[in-house]
Each structure stands twice: as structure tokens, then as C-alpha cells.
Design a protein around this ligand. Structure first.
Ligand SMILES: Cc1ncc(COP(=O)(O)O)c(C=O)c1O
Length: 365
């Protein structure tokens, strides 16, 4: 059936799920991205046929022909989002239709077919329903959902594939940065860039992350948690971190973040923070910020706080910045009050503990 809006999922329960005792042991300290649930979603696509064979089945290796297009030309996209245990014991997601829209925007850039937003969100519902016992019940715990799609056609020609596999796997997670909310140190790369104008920077495609790994490795070698990328043309403007957007908080109460010019990922957390900060009375600006200004404003004290934001790490203060010529701190390396207030607001919203005037919280169960 083409279209896919009304796609029904065949549920094939895992005949050998992890035992309750083993699951409890895994959930006690899941870390990030290492533990997986019992099931996965798969949906197939073929040109002329559309989306078909939607299933929830036992999580298992995906058999793949060595000539599958994705293994050669990296035609692949993904999303990252979380399901939360709500205060009343139910289950929620945060703005899943925003992820669905971004998934299709990424797909369009990578010449891949759109998946109806309703099918995307339904696929998450079906997986959460069967694997609901895997949602950690601890503070800061959640079920990380990873929808992805790749070119499965067996063909070595360089052109958009005509067969795809969409899948969703789920991973119970604790806090992204070990040790709770403490300021991280970032490395500003002068050697590597992430995305050029006209490139794929705004798409959530695996290739962007492959290209960021040498820079991330360099960051780790310098004792930093994450890499910061500057723009590819002038190497002056701050783009984003390897896996997060960045915000600057000034002494006049204004809050700034780099604009969406096509080279950074349009983060859903970023967009939410812009709204929450404006609501809290901050002047919010989407404007270019140079690394030179970042340094000068940190030195003068005009820049009070800097934070990174994204689904995985929520909002994380940046306390120290290292680069090839030196390093500096922001706000004495301590978490800032605006950062922590925004974080609390966002977390309370996501956990169903705060009013939700924008209808961002999506009920699953
Ligand atoms: C490169 C990059 N930037 C920003 C983000 C933040 O996006 P979001 O807030 O939608 O998770 C992510 C994480 O998904 C990312 O990988």
C-alpha cells in the first residue's frame, strides 16, 4: 500500500524477551546507548509500491547484502527522541511531530522518500507499547528512541536508491554526561569543519556524524567533552557542537544562538529554548556569534553563561573552552542561573510536572 498513513503494524512479540530480573539489573545503570529493548519496528519501501510490511518484531540483526547502497554511499538518516515516564505513571514524548517533520526534511536533502508523519509517530507508539517496561523509572532516566532509514537497494550505481528500510530501536538511558549536571569543557576545532553552505549540515544524516568523529576524537585528546565547529567559509562564526546546539547568555539578560542558515541542525530543544527564554522575559536573538566575540565577551564579563542543548543532554552548561591557542572559562566555570532555570523548566515540562501551554507534551500511554 502506498501513502502509508493508514499502515497497520503487525505485532510479532519477541519469543525470548529479557527476563524481568535481568531487565531490572540493566535499568539500574543503563548509561547511554548500550542497552536495548526486546523489539524493533521495521517498515519497507519500494518505488512504485510505497511503504509496506510494517512490523514490530524481536530486535535482531538486519540481514544485508554487501552491495546494499547504504554501505557504499551512506544514504541514511535518523532521528533521536525520548519517551518519558510521566508523574502519573503514564508515558509521554516531547514534540514527536517536530521529529517527524525533521526526518522528512533530512530525507528530502538525501533524496529519500518521505514517510507520512502519522506513520512515523505511530511507529513510536507501537514500539513503546510493547517495550513500556523498559522505560527507566529513575530521575533523569528515559527511553531513547532511534528511528532511522537507509537505502537497502542492492545496486552499486550512484543515484538515489529505489528501496529503503525504516526502523526504530529503543535504548533505556540515564544522564548523557556522566556525573549529573556539571559544566562541560568544549574544544573549538580550527582544523575541521562540519558543514558548508549548500551541504548537508541541516540534515540528520549519518554522514555528518562520520565526518565529525576526527574532530570529536581531537576534543577528547584535549580533555574536552565535545567539539565546537566554526563555519566552514570564514572559520569565524560559531555553528554548533558535535551533537548539540549552543546558546549564549549576556549580562543584559539577552540570549543568543546561531541562526538556521542551513549549516546547523535545527534542534527541537533549540527551538523550545528560544520559546521558553522569550516567555521568561529574555530578549532572544538568532544571530551570528563569532568565536572572537565569545572570547572577548567572556573576558569582559559581558558573557555570563553558555550552554549546549539537545535531546540527549537536555541543557548542559559549558564552563570551559579550549582551543589551539589557549583556554578560558565562562562564569567562573560554574553553572549559570539562567541555564539552570531553563533546564529545570524544560525538564519539568517534559516530565509532565509543569503547565504545557504549547501542547508540546504528547501522550503515548
Ligand atoms: C548536530 C546536532 N545538533 C543539534 C542537536 C540537537 O537537536 P535536538 O534538540 O532536536 O535533539 C543534535 C541532536 O539531535 C545534533 O546531533
Amino acid at each position: 500500500m502506498s501513502g502509508g498513513d493508514k499502515l497497520d503494524f503487525e505485532i510479532r512479540p519477541n519469543p525470548a524477551p529479557v527476563s524481568a530480573a535481568d531487565r531490572a539489573a540493566l535499568l539500574a545503570n543503563p548509561g547511554f546507548g548500550r542497552v536495548f529493548t526486546d523489539h524493533m519496528v521495521t517498515i519497507r519501501y519500494a518505488d512504485g509500491k510505497g511503504w509496506y510490511d510494517a512490523r514490530v518484531e524481536a530486535r535482531a540483526p538486519i540481514p544485508m547484502d554487501p552491495a546494499s547502497a547504504v554501505l557504499h554511499y551512506a544514504q541514511e538518516i535518523f532521528e533521536g527522541m525520548k519517551a518519558y515516564r510521566a508523574a502519573d505513571g503514564g508515558v509521554t514524548m516531547f514534540r514527536p511531530y517536530a521529529n517527524a517533520a525533521r526526518f522528512n526534511a533530512s530525507g528530502a536533502r538525501m533524496a529519500m522518500p518521505p514517510l507520512p508523519e502519522e506513520t512515523f509517530v505511530n511507529s513510536l507508539h507501537r514500539l513503546i507499547e510493547v517495550d513500556r517496561e523498559w522505560i527507566p523509572d529513575v530521575e533523569d532516566g528515559s527511553l531513547y528512541l532511534r528511528p532511522f532509514m537507509f537505502a537497502s537497494e542492492v545496486f552499486l550505481g550512484v543515484r538515489p536508491a529505489n528501496e529503503y528500510l525504516y526502523a526504530v530501536i529503543a535504548s533505556p538511558v540515564g544522564a548523557y554526561f556522566a556525573g549529573g549536571v556539571k559544566p562541560v569543557t568544549v574544544w573549538v576545532s580550527s582544523e575541521y569543519t562540519r558543514a558548508a553552505p549548500g551541504g548537508t549540515g541541516a540534515a540528520k544524516c549519518g554522514g555528518n556524524y562520520a565526518a565529525s568523529l576526527a574532530a570529536q576524537a581531537e576534543a577528547l585528546q584535549h580533555g574536552c567533552d565535545q567539539v565546537v565547529f566554526l563555519d566552514a567559509v570564514e572559520r569565524r562564526f560559531v555553528d554548533e557542537l558535535g551533537g548539540m546546539n549552543v546558546f549564549f547568555v549576556y549580562d543584559d539578560g539577552s540570549v543568543a544562538t546561531p541562526p538556521l542558515t542551513g549549516t546547523i541542525l535545527p534542534g527541537i530543544t533549540r527551538e523550545s529554548v528560544l520559546t521558553l527564554a522569550a516567555q521568561a522575559g529574555h530578549r532572544v536573538e538568532e544571530r551570528p556569534v563569532t568565536f572572537a566575540d565569545w572570547q572577548a565577551d567572556a573576558a569582559s564579563g559581558r558573557l555570563r553563561e553558555v550552554f549546549a542543548c539537545g535531546t540527549a543532554a537536555v541543557i548542559t552548561p559549558i564552563g570551559r573552552v579550549r582551543f589551539s591557542e589557549g583556554e578560558f572559562t565562562i562564569g567562573g566555570g560554574e553553572p549559570g542561573t539562567v541555564t539552570m532555570a531553563l533546564r529545570q523548566q524544560l525538564v519539568d515540562l517534559q516530565r509532565g510536572r509543569a503547565a504545557d501551554p504549547h501542547n508540546w507534551v504528547h501522550r503515548v500511554l
